[in-house]
Design a protein around this ligand. Structure first.
Ligand code: 5RP
Length: 218
């Protein structure tokens, strides 16, 4: 099975977890994109969604699924999103699609975070995938120097401006043995908008698509 077929399987499996909820948080990326397509089938049961990116918003609107402002809806029951890496504690690296800030906000504002991914994303230790860090543009070089002090090798994702007007540094070669601590340390560097470690607010349920079907990690 191809990686795209595994993503399709897991996107379909996630539908089970949103039944009965009328307002959904929606992530960003190719797996979420497939999930949004699946939502079209049940759109009459969805009062609205809160979207984590302009790209997801556009797709939702094209399918006739309403998009609401987080400020207008309060706490969400459920949020569905992909990830770039997932460890056994359901801590994640996210931000490959540059939407990490809004993703982290919506994850924080949701009671349940369902993470959907193909099983190539499952790792013992986070950090093989370069860690995305969104920064205020004028702080980029300063933040990069601070990340070097932490042992990483930051690379500016050129030509990428986030939906918030931020820039992205992808940090290579950080072995993230203590995701909670690393998330907080990088968060505290002045100029950092968001670090792509989701450890303070990990996923609640991970659905992993593999050759043998969809595995659920609680
Ligand atoms: C976007 C993300 C995505 O969830 C992550 O990059 C996974 O994407 P994909 O489903 O395309 O593999 O964090 O900012």
């Amino acid at each position: 099975m191809t990686q795209d077929e595994l993503k399709q399987k897991v996107a379909e499996a996630a539908l089970e977890y949103v039944k009965g909820y009328s307002i959904l948080g929606i992530g960003t990326g190719s797996t979420t994109r497939l999930f949004i397509n699946c939502l079209a089938d049940i759109k009459n049961n969805i009062e609205g969604t809160v979207s984590s990116s302009n790209a997801s918003t556009e797709q939702l609107k094209k399918l006739g699924i309403p998009v609401l402002e987080l400020n207008d809806v309060g706490t969400l029951d459920v949020y569905v999103d992909g990830a770039d890496e997932i460890n056994p504690q359901k801590q994640l690296i996210k931000g490959g699609g540059a939407a990490l800030t809004r993703e982290k906000i919506i994850a924080g504002a949701s009671r349940k975070f369902i993470c959907i991914a193909d099983d190539t994303k499952y790792v013992d230790v986070l950090g093989k995938f370069p860690l995305p860090v969104e920064v205020i543009p004028m702080a980029r070089s300063f933040v990069a120097r601070e990340l070097v002090k932490l042992g990483g090798q930051p690379v500016w994702r050129e030509n990428c401006v986030t939906d918030n007007g931020g820039q992205i540094l992808d940090v290579w070669n950080l072995s993230i043995l203590n995701p909670l601590e690393t998330e907080q340390v990088i968060n505290n560097i002045p100029g950092v908008i968001t670090v792509g470690i989701f450890a303070m607010r990990p996923a609640d349920v991970v659905l992993l698509g593999g050759a043998d079907g969809v595995r659920r990690i609680n």
